[in-house]
Design a protein. Structure first.
Length: 269
Protein backbone atom coordinates (compact mmCIF):
# COMPACT_ATOMS: atom_id res chain seq x y z
CA UNK A 1 0.00 0.00 0.00
CA UNK A 2 1.26 3.51 -0.76
CA UNK A 3 0.26 7.06 0.00
CA UNK A 4 -0.80 7.99 -3.53
CA UNK A 5 -4.43 8.84 -2.88
CA UNK A 6 -6.51 11.93 -2.29
CA UNK A 7 -5.11 15.33 -3.23
CA UNK A 8 -2.37 17.61 -1.96
CA UNK A 9 -3.03 21.19 -0.85
CA UNK A 10 -0.80 24.13 -1.79
CA UNK A 11 0.82 23.69 1.65
CA UNK A 12 1.75 20.08 0.85
CA UNK A 13 -0.92 18.54 3.10
CA UNK A 14 -2.67 15.42 1.85
CA UNK A 15 -6.46 15.35 1.86
CA UNK A 16 -7.68 11.81 2.44
CA UNK A 17 -10.98 10.32 1.34
CA UNK A 18 -14.00 9.42 3.48
CA UNK A 19 -13.23 5.70 3.22
CA UNK A 20 -9.74 6.26 4.67
CA UNK A 21 -11.15 7.19 8.08
CA UNK A 22 -11.86 3.49 8.73
CA UNK A 23 -8.20 2.58 8.31
CA UNK A 24 -7.05 5.32 10.66
CA UNK A 25 -9.72 4.38 13.17
CA UNK A 26 -8.53 0.76 13.22
CA UNK A 27 -4.86 1.70 13.64
CA UNK A 28 -5.61 4.27 16.31
CA UNK A 29 -7.68 1.84 18.32
CA UNK A 30 -4.94 -0.79 18.38
CA UNK A 31 -2.44 1.77 19.64
CA UNK A 32 -4.91 2.94 22.30
CA UNK A 33 -5.64 -0.65 23.38
CA UNK A 34 -1.92 -1.26 23.92
CA UNK A 35 -1.62 1.85 26.10
CA UNK A 36 -4.65 0.67 28.07
CA UNK A 37 -3.08 -2.78 28.54
CA UNK A 38 0.18 -1.45 30.02
CA UNK A 39 -1.55 0.50 32.81
CA UNK A 40 -1.33 -2.22 35.54
CA UNK A 41 2.42 -2.64 34.96
CA UNK A 42 3.37 0.96 35.72
CA UNK A 43 4.48 0.92 39.35
CA UNK A 44 7.59 1.53 41.45
CA UNK A 45 10.33 -1.05 40.94
CA UNK A 46 9.55 -1.74 37.27
CA UNK A 47 12.09 -0.79 34.61
CA UNK A 48 11.19 1.06 31.44
CA UNK A 49 12.69 -1.89 29.50
CA UNK A 50 10.15 -4.20 31.12
CA UNK A 51 7.33 -1.90 30.04
CA UNK A 52 8.68 -1.81 26.49
CA UNK A 53 9.01 -5.62 26.41
CA UNK A 54 5.34 -5.91 27.35
CA UNK A 55 4.38 -3.40 24.66
CA UNK A 56 6.46 -5.27 22.07
CA UNK A 57 4.66 -8.50 22.95
CA UNK A 58 1.29 -6.75 22.68
CA UNK A 59 2.20 -5.52 19.19
CA UNK A 60 3.16 -9.06 18.14
CA UNK A 61 0.12 -10.64 19.77
CA UNK A 62 -2.18 -8.40 17.77
CA UNK A 63 -0.42 -9.21 14.50
CA UNK A 64 0.40 -5.58 13.71
CA UNK A 65 3.67 -3.74 13.09
CA UNK A 66 5.59 -1.39 15.35
CA UNK A 67 6.33 1.81 13.44
CA UNK A 68 9.28 2.66 15.67
CA UNK A 69 11.31 -0.56 15.64
CA UNK A 70 13.86 0.06 12.90
CA UNK A 71 12.86 3.69 12.40
CA UNK A 72 16.16 5.55 11.90
CA UNK A 73 17.86 2.74 13.80
CA UNK A 74 15.55 2.84 16.82
CA UNK A 75 15.18 -0.57 18.52
CA UNK A 76 12.06 -0.28 20.67
CA UNK A 77 8.28 -0.45 20.31
CA UNK A 78 7.78 2.59 22.52
CA UNK A 79 9.33 5.78 23.75
CA UNK A 80 9.14 6.15 27.54
CA UNK A 81 9.93 9.61 28.91
CA UNK A 82 10.29 9.92 32.69
CA UNK A 83 10.03 13.11 34.76
CA UNK A 84 12.18 15.81 33.08
CA UNK A 85 12.48 13.84 29.82
CA UNK A 86 10.35 15.74 27.32
CA UNK A 87 10.09 13.09 24.59
CA UNK A 88 11.86 10.21 22.83
CA UNK A 89 13.03 8.57 26.04
CA UNK A 90 14.69 5.22 25.29
CA UNK A 91 13.50 2.23 27.36
CA UNK A 92 16.28 0.73 29.46
CA UNK A 93 17.45 -0.02 32.98
CA UNK A 94 15.76 2.99 34.56
CA UNK A 95 13.82 1.73 37.59
CA UNK A 96 10.63 3.64 38.31
CA UNK A 97 10.50 5.25 41.75
CA UNK A 98 7.48 6.27 43.78
CA UNK A 99 6.07 9.50 42.37
CA UNK A 100 7.71 9.25 38.94
CA UNK A 101 5.59 10.48 36.04
CA UNK A 102 6.12 9.10 32.57
CA UNK A 103 4.84 9.45 29.04
CA UNK A 104 4.51 6.28 26.98
CA UNK A 105 4.34 6.81 23.21
CA UNK A 106 3.33 4.02 20.83
CA UNK A 107 2.85 3.96 17.06
CA UNK A 108 1.58 0.91 15.18
CA UNK A 109 0.89 0.13 11.54
CA UNK A 110 -2.37 -1.67 10.74
CA UNK A 111 -2.95 -2.55 7.07
CA UNK A 112 -0.63 0.31 6.12
CA UNK A 113 -2.26 2.93 8.35
CA UNK A 114 -0.38 4.58 11.24
CA UNK A 115 -1.89 4.95 14.71
CA UNK A 116 0.18 7.27 16.91
CA UNK A 117 -0.66 8.17 20.51
CA UNK A 118 0.86 8.84 23.91
CA UNK A 119 -0.36 9.51 27.41
CA UNK A 120 0.85 10.08 30.96
CA UNK A 121 1.26 7.44 33.68
CA UNK A 122 2.26 7.62 37.34
CA UNK A 123 4.32 5.16 39.39
CA UNK A 124 2.99 5.14 42.94
CA UNK A 125 1.84 8.30 44.69
CA UNK A 126 1.30 11.34 42.49
CA UNK A 127 2.61 14.67 43.79
CA UNK A 128 0.41 17.74 43.55
CA UNK A 129 2.72 19.77 41.27
CA UNK A 130 3.05 16.83 38.89
CA UNK A 131 -0.69 16.26 38.97
CA UNK A 132 -1.35 19.87 38.05
CA UNK A 133 1.15 19.67 35.19
CA UNK A 134 -0.57 16.56 33.84
CA UNK A 135 -4.01 18.16 34.16
CA UNK A 136 -2.93 21.30 32.30
CA UNK A 137 -1.22 19.30 29.55
CA UNK A 138 -4.29 17.15 28.93
CA UNK A 139 -6.61 20.14 28.96
CA UNK A 140 -4.27 21.95 26.57
CA UNK A 141 -4.49 19.05 24.14
CA UNK A 142 -8.27 18.97 24.36
CA UNK A 143 -8.52 22.71 23.77
CA UNK A 144 -6.32 22.31 20.72
CA UNK A 145 -8.57 19.52 19.44
CA UNK A 146 -11.66 21.68 20.07
CA UNK A 147 -10.21 24.24 17.63
CA UNK A 148 -10.11 21.69 14.80
CA UNK A 149 -12.79 22.22 12.18
CA UNK A 150 -12.83 23.17 8.50
CA UNK A 151 -12.12 26.87 8.01
CA UNK A 152 -10.04 27.27 11.14
CA UNK A 153 -6.25 27.33 10.88
CA UNK A 154 -3.36 25.43 12.42
CA UNK A 155 -2.50 28.66 14.21
CA UNK A 156 -5.86 28.43 15.97
CA UNK A 157 -4.83 25.03 17.36
CA UNK A 158 -1.49 26.27 18.62
CA UNK A 159 -2.96 29.45 20.08
CA UNK A 160 -5.63 27.52 21.99
CA UNK A 161 -2.97 25.34 23.58
CA UNK A 162 -0.42 28.08 24.28
CA UNK A 163 -2.86 30.57 25.77
CA UNK A 164 -4.27 27.99 28.18
CA UNK A 165 -0.90 26.57 29.25
CA UNK A 166 0.69 29.96 29.80
CA UNK A 167 -2.34 31.19 31.73
CA UNK A 168 -1.45 28.43 34.18
CA UNK A 169 2.16 29.66 34.43
CA UNK A 170 3.61 26.72 32.54
CA UNK A 171 5.40 26.63 29.19
CA UNK A 172 4.88 24.96 25.82
CA UNK A 173 7.88 23.23 24.27
CA UNK A 174 8.80 24.83 20.93
CA UNK A 175 11.38 22.32 19.72
CA UNK A 176 8.96 19.50 18.85
CA UNK A 177 5.56 19.44 17.19
CA UNK A 178 2.75 17.29 15.88
CA UNK A 179 2.73 16.04 12.30
CA UNK A 180 0.67 14.75 9.45
CA UNK A 181 0.26 10.98 9.15
CA UNK A 182 -1.88 8.40 7.41
CA UNK A 183 -0.20 5.89 5.15
CA UNK A 184 3.12 7.40 6.22
CA UNK A 185 4.54 8.03 9.71
CA UNK A 186 5.48 11.70 9.30
CA UNK A 187 4.19 14.11 6.67
CA UNK A 188 3.20 17.77 6.37
CA UNK A 189 2.00 19.74 8.20
CA UNK A 190 4.08 20.54 11.24
CA UNK A 191 1.45 21.03 13.95
CA UNK A 192 2.82 23.67 16.31
CA UNK A 193 1.48 23.82 19.86
CA UNK A 194 1.87 27.58 20.05
CA UNK A 195 1.16 30.43 17.65
CA UNK A 196 -1.12 33.19 16.51
CA UNK A 197 -4.82 32.65 15.93
CA UNK A 198 -5.72 32.82 12.25
CA UNK A 199 -2.20 32.00 11.05
CA UNK A 200 -0.96 28.96 9.15
CA UNK A 201 -2.68 26.64 6.68
CA UNK A 202 -6.47 26.40 6.69
CA UNK A 203 -7.94 23.15 7.99
CA UNK A 204 -9.85 21.04 5.49
CA UNK A 205 -11.96 17.92 5.80
CA UNK A 206 -9.82 14.83 5.21
CA UNK A 207 -6.61 16.07 6.85
CA UNK A 208 -5.02 13.54 9.25
CA UNK A 209 -2.47 14.66 11.85
CA UNK A 210 -1.34 14.41 15.47
CA UNK A 211 -1.65 17.01 18.19
CA UNK A 212 0.85 16.24 20.97
CA UNK A 213 1.73 19.20 23.21
CA UNK A 214 4.69 18.92 25.54
CA UNK A 215 4.33 21.16 28.59
CA UNK A 216 7.02 22.03 31.14
CA UNK A 217 6.62 23.21 34.72
CA UNK A 218 9.60 25.47 34.11
CA UNK A 219 11.01 27.07 31.00
CA UNK A 220 10.31 25.70 27.49
CA UNK A 221 13.92 25.11 26.40
CA UNK A 222 15.08 21.55 25.76
CA UNK A 223 18.28 19.77 24.84
CA UNK A 224 18.94 16.42 23.17
CA UNK A 225 21.29 14.05 24.98
CA UNK A 226 24.33 12.33 23.49
CA UNK A 227 22.22 9.35 22.36
CA UNK A 228 20.71 11.69 19.71
CA UNK A 229 17.18 10.69 20.79
CA UNK A 230 16.35 11.69 24.34
CA UNK A 231 15.14 15.28 24.79
CA UNK A 232 15.13 16.77 28.30
CA UNK A 233 14.20 20.09 29.87
CA UNK A 234 17.26 22.34 30.18
CA UNK A 235 16.24 23.49 33.65
CA UNK A 236 15.44 19.92 34.83
CA UNK A 237 11.80 20.84 35.42
CA UNK A 238 9.09 18.20 35.02
CA UNK A 239 7.55 17.74 31.58
CA UNK A 240 4.33 16.07 30.41
CA UNK A 241 2.78 15.18 27.06
CA UNK A 242 -0.46 13.85 25.62
CA UNK A 243 -0.99 12.86 21.98
CA UNK A 244 -3.97 11.98 19.83
CA UNK A 245 -4.19 11.18 16.13
CA UNK A 246 -7.18 12.92 14.57
CA UNK A 247 -8.96 13.43 11.27
CA UNK A 248 -10.78 16.59 10.22
CA UNK A 249 -14.47 15.96 9.52
CA UNK A 250 -17.15 18.14 7.94
CA UNK A 251 -18.13 19.58 11.33
CA UNK A 252 -15.05 19.16 13.51
CA UNK A 253 -12.77 16.19 13.97
CA UNK A 254 -12.63 12.51 14.90
CA UNK A 255 -10.17 11.28 17.52
CA UNK A 256 -8.77 8.00 16.23
CA UNK A 257 -6.83 7.11 19.39
CA UNK A 258 -9.46 7.41 22.11
CA UNK A 259 -8.98 4.94 24.97
CA UNK A 260 -11.43 2.00 24.81
CA UNK A 261 -11.22 1.80 28.62
CA UNK A 262 -11.73 5.56 28.99
CA UNK A 263 -8.26 5.76 30.58
CA UNK A 264 -6.57 8.22 28.24
CA UNK A 265 -6.40 10.95 30.87
CA UNK A 266 -6.21 9.35 34.32
CA UNK A 267 -4.36 6.08 33.80
CA UNK A 268 -3.64 5.94 37.53
CA UNK A 269 -7.17 6.56 38.84
Amino acid sequence: MNDLRGRITKDGIRIYEDADFAGMRAAGQVAAEILDAVIPLVKPGVTTAELDAFITEEVHRRGVISATIGYKGYKHASCISVNHVVCHGIPGTKVLADGDILNIDVTVIVDGWYGDTSRMYVAGQLGRKAERLIEVTHEGLMRGIAAVKPGNTFGDIGNAIQSYVESNRMSVVRDFCGHGLGLVFHAPPNVLHYGRAGSGPVLEEGMFFTIEPMVNLGRPETKVLADDWTAVTRDKSLSAQYEHSIGVTATGCEIFTASPADKFFRTWA
